[in-house]
Design a protein around this ligand. Structure first.
Ligand SMILES: *Cc1c(COP(=O)(O)O)cnc(C)c1O
Length: 416
């Protein structure tokens, strides 16, 4: 995490001190490092080397237009899961011809819009969706490029809420049904079969589930080719984990090397959909301590960021490193539960953290670049945080702090 490091007692993002950013822009604030984002994307792209490939950034991890635009400039593709994400990609200058569309519940409007702009591929999650797409494409006199998202039934050994590749999950098509459905797809007049897709989960720290899923997908690819179906690409999804605490996930270099080895001698174009591994450790949530409080049983640091800003700890019991922006030596350390102002006992950003802090101090909640802002809400009528992008010694406001009046846009009173 060289993008975030102490110089003397102060924590910096690239060449800017976080205390200065807090003074200029207030807290809570999401702060991203341009260099860190670009370095991570390039690591995937470079790792796939001469294997024909496309890195499709998973937009849901962080859909800020500036981030999408930086990645589009690098030549990135995009994995989207809604019509809203498609519009973001287009608005950010992304190439629709490099967009793949995942998700179990694509509605008619979303499918039509994606057909209209000419996306690269629909990742189909059910027979019913395939039929709907065939009909809509017919109405628009188009052929829709598709992959079927198969469910390889591999346990990714991650948190149950972010495991997606087991039979019990709502995602994908069971392996044993895949060949039949591919045959049907191939006969549909407005469907063009392009590839196979899978995505088994998120925050994977072990490479073996990726390898096993890939092997299973390759067995299916062989079966399909034997049945006379031509495939041009394999999409192996995203899911590579990052270090939050003491995890040791493979680097993008090691992960991509494994994929290249598994695909050696095959002529498929390889698509991957990393999200978290590109932006997760490229961002932090900057927050200020409002109060220190002692309940008799516990010490609390009440900060100005909350579960509405960063939902992962409450939703997944996720652990984020929480570090002081200024390293004090003048105060004894104490063990705190770092909590937000939201009226929920689950509003804990970090439990049992040993910190030397006083009221008014700034804290950095690390590894918050992915599934941080993008999962944020206005619960408790809290305006969403400002988002800042640091680029060397410059900072850009890439999303203004929400104003309170924005919270009730579109609401109205009943007539007298
Ligand atoms: C969420 C998701 C991803 C990205 O997962 P990460 O863990 O952020 O890499 C990729 N593909 C699909 C289909 C997803 O749902």
């Amino acid at each position: 995490m060289a993008a975030f490091e102490y110089r003397g007692e102060r924590l910096f993002v690239e060449d800017l001190a976080l205390d200065e950013l807090a003074a200029r822009f207030g807290t809570p604030a999401y702060v991203y490092s341009r260099a860190a984002i670009e370095t991570q994307w390039r690591a995937f792209d470079k790792g796939l080397g001469t294997t024909p490939h496309l890195v499709c950034y998973a937009v849901k991890a962080n859909s800020n237009l500036a981030i999408l635009n930086l990645l589009a400039r690098l030549g990135s593709g995009f994995d989207i899961v809604s019509g809203g994400e498609l519009e973001r990609v287009l608005r950010a200058g992304g190439d629709p011809g490099k967009v793949v569309f995942s998700g179990v519940g694509k509605n008619e409007q979303e499918l039509r819009r994606a057909l209209e702009v000419g996306i690269l591929c629909f990742n189909i999650e059910s027979e019913a969706e395939l039929e709907r797409l065939n009909r809509l494409a017919g109405e628009m006199s188009r052929r829709a490029p598709v992959s079927l998202r198969v469910n390889p039934d591999v346990d990714p050994k991650t948190h149950p809420y972010i495991a997606t590749g087991l039979k019990e999950h709502k995602f994908g098509i069971a392996m044993e049904d895949a060949v039949d459905l591919y045959r049907r797809a191939d006969e549909m007049p407005h469907i063009a079969v392009r590839g196979i897709d899978c995505h088994i989960g998120s925050q994977l720290t072990d490479l073996e589930p990726f390898a096993e899923a890939t092997r299973r997908v390759l067995v299916l690819a062989d079966e399909l080719q034997a049945a006379g179906l031509e495939l041009s690409h394999l999409n192996l999804g995203g899911g590579l984990g990052i270090r939050f605490r003491d995890e040791n996930p493979a680097t993008p270099a090691v992960y991509t090397q494994l994929l290249c080895e598994l695909l050696q001698g095959r002529s498929f174009k390889l698509l991957i959909e990393p999200g978290r591994a590109i932006v997760g450790n490229a961002g932090l949530l900057l927050t200020q301590v409002e109060y220190l409080k002692d309940s008799g049983a516990k010490h609390f640091a009440v900060v100005d960021a909350a579960m509405n800003d960063l939902m992962r700890p409450a939703l997944y019991q996720a652990w984020h490193d929480i570090a002081p922006v200024y390293l004090r030596t003048d105060i004894e350390s104490e063990t705190y539960n770092v909590v937000g102002p939201v009226c929920e006992s689950g509003d804990v950003l970090g439990a049992e953290r040993t910190l030397r802090i006083a009221a008014g101090d700034l804290l950095a909640v690390h590894s918050a670049g992915a599934y941080g802002f993008s999962m944020s809400s206005n619960y408790n009528s809290r305006p969403r945080a400002v988002e800042l992008m640091v680029d060397g010694s410059e900072v850009h406001v890439v999303r203004e702090r929400e104003g309170v009046a924005q919270l009730y846009v579109g609401e109205s009173l009943l007539p007298d």
